[in-house]
Ligand binder design. Structure first.
Ligand code: ZN
Ligand code: FE
Length: 255
């Protein structure tokens, strides 16, 4: 038994994901960035969408829910704290809940901050996590609703996952994120080589997503609040971890 993942581009820079339990055929769309695209991609690979799993309420993540439901009868699983905004929700979930897709099991992780109720879905056995707009390759989501403290706590939960976890984030922002990351952590050799690989992939039109948590731990400045080199560069050698995170996020907002 296995968890199959199918990734495709949607809208201008979103990624859509279809995931399927290979044993039972149960299939979920992770968010609904572009309903028509999701339905046509599912048809092309012969998967029948039975569920929608939302990470947060933004239109490029839940805006296609109704159209996908109308076409497939899919059940919607969504964060409890955002169910009212999202609309029709069959099952509202919160941190620690277990969600199953056929024989595959995912744990719901609270990653609030980009939006207050944002959740991630972590398949421990399959070693994959769908993190929406909480964590990006070399970046993290903008704090539209939450505080730096909240986002720091959320990213701490993702940081604590096994390093071999494959991170599926919802946008192709990596090349711009790399330019910013180098501005705050210029002497990081792992970041330098990561950035070169990103440039090479984008030059060939290839996605830089998914990413490996291990690579993010070495190079993503939004996860490196405890790194002496980054702290020194920011002039925050003795600050709290969340304050280092807040400063990185503040600089990115005006980069
Ligand atoms: Zn968003
Ligand atoms: Fe988004």
């Amino acid at each position: 038994m296995a968890l199959d993942v199918f990734q495709f581009s949607a809208l201008s820079d979103n990624y859509g994901y279809l995931i399927r339990c290979s044993t039972t055929g149960a299939c979920a769309a992770i968010d609904t960035p572009e309903a028509g695209k999701i339905l046509s991609e599912a048809k092309a690979i012969g998967w029948d969408i039975t569920e929608v799993w939302n990470t947060h309420h933004h239109w490029d993540h839940a805006g296609g829910n109704d159209e996908v439901r109308a076409a497939t009868g899919a059940q919607v699983i969504a964060p409890a704290a955002e169910a009212d905004t999202i609309g029709h929700v069959d099952r509202a979930v919160e941190h620690g809940d277990i969600v199953t897709l056929g024989e595959q099991t995912a744990k719901v992780i609270d990653v609030g901050g980009h939006t207050l109720g944002h959740v991630a879905y972590w398949f421990e056995d399959a070693n994959v996590a769908f993190v929406g707009d909480a964590l990006f390759a070399l970046g993290c989501g903008r704090l539209f609703e939450g505080t730096p403290q909240q986002m720091h706590a959320s990213l701490s939960r993702l940081k604590a996952l096994p390093p071999e976890t494959v991170i599926y984030c919802a946008h192709e922002y990596t090349q711009a994120n790399a330019r910013f990351a180098l501005s705050v952590d210029p002497d990081n050799a792992a970041l330098q080589s990561y950035a070169q690989k990103v440039d090479a992939k984008r030059a060939k039109g290839e996605p830089t997503v998914p990413t490996l948590l291990a690579a993010e731990l070495e190079a993503n400045p939004f996860l490196r609040w405890d790194d002496p080199g980054l702290r020194a560069h920011l002039g925050l050698k003795t600050a709290q971890d969340w304050e280092v995170f807040a400063e990185v996020r503040r600089r990115k907002d005006s980069f």
